[in-house]
Design a protein around this ligand. Structure first.
Ligand SMILES: [Zn+2]
Length: 200
């Protein structure tokens, strides 16, 4: 399972990176949904999806984020990438992506990339109430109807449910490490971090 990961850093705007090491970068139109798109030999159109999977070694697949969590999936002969914010997580995007890959390869490893950490992500009861009891441990009550939400833990729960045994956390948070990565919550910026993976 050989793969390569690329994570852009400031001042680069990930939206403008269309090529890495001479190979194209495919990013979807992200819609905070739960759909997975398979990138084959030829990509005729830009997919609307929040996860890409490929077995093509001649390209990178990536997602753009500024707080949301990118997750890399590594299988045998295939890799995947997921864009998981609270909406996509609620809809089960990470579970879906692993399940999709499981049709033809076992996901041996998942890597949690640059995403907002459990100490930086404040949400209201309106968000908390949407998640079922399975996610209870992801919320820490602050009082006044506010909660800290651990998006990485929520996605670990989905990875475990989907059967992924090895999960590596790069421990990178765009809010804690705002000198390196874009945080929409802190900066209200349109710039994004590109998180891409390629099968070697
Ligand atoms: Zn943080």
């Amino acid at each position: 399972m050989d793969y390569e990961i690329f994570i852009s850093r400031k001042p680069a705007d990930g939206r403008e990176i269309k090529e890495i090491k001479g190979l194209p970068v495919i990013t979807p139109i992200q819609v905070h949904g739960a759909d997975v798109f398979f990138v084959g030999r030829r990509t005729a159109r830009i997919p609307r999806a929040d996860s890409l999977i490929t077995d093509n070694r001649e390209l990178w697949i990536g997602v753009l984020t500024a707080d949301c969590l990118p997750i890399f999936l590594v299988g045998e002969g295939a890799v995947g990438v997921v864009h998981a914010g609270w909406r996509g997580t609620l809809k089960g995007i990470t579970f879906n992506a692993v399940s999709y890959m499981a049709r033809f390869t076992r996901v041996k490893k998942a890597i949690l990339g640059v995403g907002i950490c459990g100490s930086c992500y404040e949400v209201g009861y309106d968000v908390k109430k949407l998640f079922n009891r399975e996610y209870e441990a992801c919320f820490r009550e602050l009082g006044g109807g506010k909660y800290l939400f651990d998006l990485k833990l929520a996605n670990r729960i989905q990875l475990k449910a989907a059967g992924v045994e090895e999960v590596e956390d790069l421990n990178l948070c765009p809010s804690c490490q705002n000198d390196l990565y874009y945080s929409y919550r802190r900066e209200k910026t349109e710039k994004r971090t590109l998180s891409a993976i390629r099968l070697l």
